[in-house]
Design a protein around this ligand. Structure first.
Ligand SMILES: [Zn+2]
Length: 385
């Protein structure tokens, strides 16, 4: 009997693994994968100031190529549980869909990968013609410190090598098969601080109003585009998200003014080159008059992209075979753990349809779970074929 992705997804949804809690989700995966012959490692990573996080690495086969399915079992909180049509951790099936937090992001995706791997192994005498691995973290929806980056380092230290990776994040926009993500923009958060001199508003000559300087620098930073876009990416974009003076009185010129911004950037930039560019633009606009400084928030969200080639072609063909759709190769959206994996091997993101992720009544059509399993199974067949 083929492995049932719906049953696996239900069991996973019933684990209350609100980030960073394990909630039984990794224990369930461990049991399921061990039963199919995988060697399973569970490890907890810690870092001062962050919660401990449990992770899992499982592999079957001891020769290459090693195809990795990656993902996370942690979920965002359900919010007001009363607002859900079906309880967020009950795993109820209704109207042809599985309801629950994580159904699409991304316990459903993991369930499909597990079911596909089990089916593939059953059809090939219990051993792959290479290796199949699962790299699963409980820390994707949180700060992503004790998850995938450390898991990858742990695996590399043990001599594990990865050849290709499929990350089962919900990549599709409207319908299963419409989008593969082959890259992600980077993200940088910064503060621009202009310092003046505090004083009475009636005597501006004795003060130096930093708001004037801030307005000028805000304009200088956002007036010119950062680039024109690249072959694989849309233009980089800077957006101010807050301007703060913190002044509650009417007769005071404040001593300092701050603005906060975020930059989503493409492969024309790096975190370091962007900081340099911001500094240069602000300096040019400030002249000798405006005193400014940047504060950068720690970021590990660099940009990455996978060049279209045989692997993206293989995934595209598998999607087309099952759904009849030719997926778009996209680099849009926020960041994901693919940015960490891309330092070790080419990674594509293909999972369920993202429409209800992080929302009340998150749910996945049963038909999509079956179709995604068929797509992953086709990928396995062709990858090792
Ligand atoms: Zn996710």
């Amino acid at each position: 009997m083929p492995a049932d992705p719906v049953a696996i997804a239900r069991d996973l949804v019933r684990c209350r693994s609100v980030t960073p809690a394990e909630g039984g989700a990794l224990a369930f995966l461990e049991m399921t994968l061990r039963g199919a012959g995988f060697t399973v490692h569970r490890m907890t990573f810690s870092e001062p100031g962050t919660a401990d996080v449990e992770n899992l690495y499982a592999r079957i086969g001891d020769v290459g190529p090693n195809l990795v399915f990656a993902g996370h079992t942690d979920v965002v909180p359900p919010g007001d549980e009363q607002a859900w049509t079906h309880p967020p951790f009950a795993g109820e099936l209704a109207d042809g869909a599985l309801y629950g937090r994580g159904a699409v992001d991304m316990k459903g995706g993991i369930a499909c990968a597990v079911a596909a791997a089990l089916d593939y192994l059953a059809a090939s005498g219990g051993r792959p013609k290479g290796s199949i691995s699962f790299l699963v973290t409980g820390d994707e929806e949180g700060v992503a410190v004790n998850g995938t980056p450390k898991l990858l380092k742990w695996a590399a230290t043990r001599g594990e090598t990865f050849d290709h990776c499929v990350l089962g994040e919900p990549s599709n926009v409207e319908e299963l098969g419409d989008t593969i993500k082959i890259g992600r923009r980077g993200s940088l958060n910064g503060h621009l601080i202009v310092t003046g001199k505090q004083g009475h508003v009636a005597y501006p000559d004795r003060a130096d109003n930093p708001i004037r300087g801030l307005v000028k620098l805000v304009e200088a930073l956002q007036s010119q585009p950062l680039d024109k876009g690249t072959k694989q990416f849309t233009p980089s974009h800077l957006e101010f998200t807050s301007v703060d003076v913190g002044n509650s009185t009417v007769n005071l010129i404040p001593g300092q003014a701050r603005a906060r911004f975020n930059i989503r950037f493409n492969d024309k930039h790096t975190l370091a080159s962007l900081k340099k560019l911001m500094q240069a633009r602000a300096k040019k606009a400030a002249g000798k008059k405006i005193k400014f400084a940047f504060q950068w928030e720690p970021s590990n969200a660099g940009v990455f992209a996978v060049k279209p080639g045989p692997f993206t072609d293989l995934v595209t063909a598998a999607i087309k075979k099952v759904t009849g759709r030719k997926p778009k190769l996209s680099t849009s959206g926020g960041t994901s753990d693919a940015r960490f994996i891309s330092a070790y091997c080419p990674v594509v993101e293909f999972g369920l349809v993202g429409q209800t992720m992080h929302a009340v009544d998150e749910r996945v059509p049963i038909a999509d779970l079956r179709a995604l399993t068929a797509i992953y199974r086709t990928i396995l067949d062709r990858y090792f074929g």
